[in-house]
Each structure stands twice: as C-alpha cells, then as structure tokens.
Design a protein around this ligand. Structure first.
Ligand code: PLP
Length: 392
C-alpha cells in the first residue's frame, strides 16, 4: 500500500473526526520515524506526549511481547503481577497512598471527579459536588470532562451537559474566591496548561490555591495527564511546586504508547472509591501495565533529571535561530510552547514542519513541542536544523 491508497482507504471508512496531516507514519526508532516511502521524520511530538521513551524501545517491545504471550487480559476480579508491581512504583515515585488504573486521560479525570464528590458526600452529605476548574484548561472529551474543560469552544454542540463545574481565571486568586461557595468540594487544574498552549502556573499562585483548599476543606486535584511521568523534569510537575495534592491524574506517557491512565490519591482519599462505586474492564490491563513497568525502568531518576537540560537546550537553540515567525518560548522541561508571530498560523507552521520532516504540535495559538524524553542530542539538532531551514 502506498500513501495515496492508504489515504483513500482511511478517508472512506473513518468518521471525519481528525484533521489529519497529509503524512503517514509507518515505523520508527527512538525519536526518528519513517513513512511508507521511507522518508525520515524527527519526532518533537511523541504522539502528543505519549511515546515517552521513543518509538519501539527494545525493553518496552520485549516486556509487551513477553506479557502478551503469558496473559493478555483477565478481569480486575483477579490479582495480577504487572498491575500490582506498577501500583507500588507509582505510589513510591509520587508519594501517594493508592492508585486506580483506567485507559485514558479523560477517564482518569472522570474518576478523580467521582472520588472528590464521594469524599465530600461521605463527609458532608449532599449538595457539595461542585468542582472549580480553570479557564483555558483541558480535561478530556467525555461529557463530564468536556464540561470540566474551561473553554467554551469545546462546549458548542453537546448540550445538555451535566452540571457541577465553575471556572476561575488561571493565576487569579480573586477570581477563585468569586466562584467559590458552600457547594464546592474540589479544585482541579493543570500545572502547565497543555492544549491551552503550554502555560505554566506561577508557583506562588499554586501554593496560595493549595492553602485555600486546605482552609475550605476542598480537595486539590492536579491533572498531570500531559505534564506527568517525567515530562517536566520531575516524575510529576507538582513535585516542583512545593505542594502535595489530594489526587493526581495521569495518562499519556505512562505506558509509552499503550493505552493507560489513572489517578493516585493520598492517605485521606485512597479509601473513598470502594467496590461497586468505580471500576473499569480494561483498566490496568496486564499488557499495558507491563509496558508501563518498562517505561518506569527506562525513565530512571537520572533520565528524568536530564529532561530539564534537554528542554533548556531546545529553547535556547530555538531562540538562537532568530526566526521572525517565532517569538518567545515557555514551558517546563520537555513541555515547550513557542509563540507564533506574523502572518502564518500555528497550524500552517506545523504543517510546513511536518511536510519537511519534523513532527510538531500546536497548543492554543502557538507551537507545542513534546519530544520523547529519551531524545538524543543528535536528534534534537536534526530537528532544529529542519526548523531553521523550513521557517527561515
Ligand atoms: C490529553 C489530556 C487529557 C485527555 O486525555 P485522553 O487520553 O485523550 O482522554 C486530559 N487532560 C489533559 C491535561 C490532557 O493533556
């Protein structure tokens, strides 16, 4: 099958939910990918932050193959080794007390929302189910997580929505006070807004928000679906903010490319969701868990510590290119936003880069870069050279 044939097949049978670029990807190694014709691409996207250890890492491939040959799936009514071993590592690296595994980020957030509401119900009874989220946030595509997402553009067509969310201005404590009330049980936020354009929160704001949560007895839920699992230079981004959340959600990078998500809770919250109140058929599936265990091994503390340097290197080199269509960079670790200036939109720039062999993403009105955390200096330099050549 060549590119044209693949495109025709795809366009005939898929629902038109994705505005795909005119590129196919067939295989790869690390942060270097190839299309059906053998053309090379440098990957500054990792499939939207998912391929945290790059494409086809040998340990990851081996772990998946071995687990698939042994036991691909059994229900959550039984104990299995990969899930239990992963649960321990996730708790140890986050400092949390318990974990629930789901299959995606939206499901992880939806579970965290259920946890917060039940925690409040158990303690205070009915009428305290509202969750405050931030404007410009992104929390997922299910009905509840879309409602939690503080961007009106996502809400257009899908009324009626479930109730129970109010939105505060990001970085603004006064706005948080304005939407607070006796019906609130939790605040949920990203520490670095991803889809909203890679916008890190100020440390002072996050600490003030955390203190307010404590004072009002609201749970603090941090959505680390994109920022978690080493992406920002620590296992979770909150570990750089001097706060301890009650609940933290994760997904994208955790299993290095297989579907997995979940949420961790502290001691206070780990017992809230009991048998019959939450669950998932596929959640924590042994093959996904085995893949995640390989990711945990590859993403050693040293590898994660190197993420900050790699991010700083990329941002410095991009600034040095002095391209007139790009402005300032911002972000944390290998979660990088690059301001887009001038006539061409971020989507046009991304399409240009992709056509010319560099996979990049958009976020908000800007470019967003999420390379694999294991990307090499050589791959970064190749990507930067494409950027320089194409955007000059
Ligand atoms: C991607 C993302 C989600 C949704 O994850 P899915 O796996 O697509 O459901 C939720 N929150 C944040 C912060 C994300 O970046």
């Amino acid at each position: 099958m060549d590119h044209q044939q693949l495109k025709e097949l795809d366009n005939t049978y898929f629902m038109p939910t994705y505005g795909r670029f005119d590129v196919d990807i067939d295989h790869g190694h690390g942060a270097t990918l190839y299309d059906l014709s053998g053309k090379e691409y440098i990957d500054f996207s990792s499939g939207i932050g998912v391929n945290s250890i790059g494409c086809a890492h040998p340990r990851w491939v081996e772990a998946i193959a071995a687990q698939a040959a042994k036991l691909g799936h059994i229900s959550n009514l039984f104990y299995t080794q990969p899930g239990a071993r992963l649960a321990k590592i996730m708790c140890e690296r986050s400092g949390m007390a318990g974990v629930f595994f789901s299959n995606s980020g939206a499901e992880a957030n939806e579970g965290a929302i259920k946890l917060a509401r039940k925690w409040s119900f158990d303690k205070y009874g009915k009428g305290r189910g509202t969750i405050i989220t931030l404007k410009n946030s992104f929390h997922g595509r299910t009905a509840v997580t879309l409602k939690a997402t503080g961007q009106e553009v996502f809400h257009n067509y899908f009324y009626p929505f479930p109730e129970g969310f109010r939105y505060a201005e990001a970085g603004d404590m006064a706005s948080l006070e304005e939407v607070s009330g006796h019906d609130v049980c939790a605040v949920m936020l990203e520490l670095v807004q991803g889809e909203g354009g890679v916008r890190p929160m100020e440390k002072a704001y996050v600490q003030a928000l955390s203190a307010l949560c404590e004072q009002r007895d609201w749970l603090l839920i941090i959505d680390e679906v994109q920022s978690g699992i080493g992406r920002t230079g620590t296992f979770f981004a909150y570990q750089q903010y001097g706060i301890v959340p009650d609940v933290v959600t994760f997904a994208k990078g955790v299993a290095g490319g297989l579907p997995m998500g979940g949420f961790l809770a502290n001691e206070k919250c780990r017992g809230v969701l009991t048998a019959g109140t939450h669950g998932s058929t596929f959640g924590g599936n042994p093959v996904s868990a085995a893949a995640a265990l390989a990711v945990m091994e590859v993403l050693s503390d040293e590898t994660i510590a190197a993420v900050a340097e790699k991010g700083a290197y990329l941002r410095q080199k991009i600034a040095e290119l002095g391209l007139s269509c790009l402005g300032d960079t911002r972000g944390l670790g290998l979660m990088i936003g690059v301001e887009v200036k001038g006539e061409r939109s971020n989507k046009e720039l991304a399409a240009l880069l992709i056509q010319n062999g560099l996979l990049a993403l958009t976020g908000g009105k800007d470019l967003r870069l999420l390379p694999p955390l294991t990307i090499t200096r050589e791959e970064m330099d190749k990507g930067l050279a494409i950027m320089a050549q194409v955007l000059r």
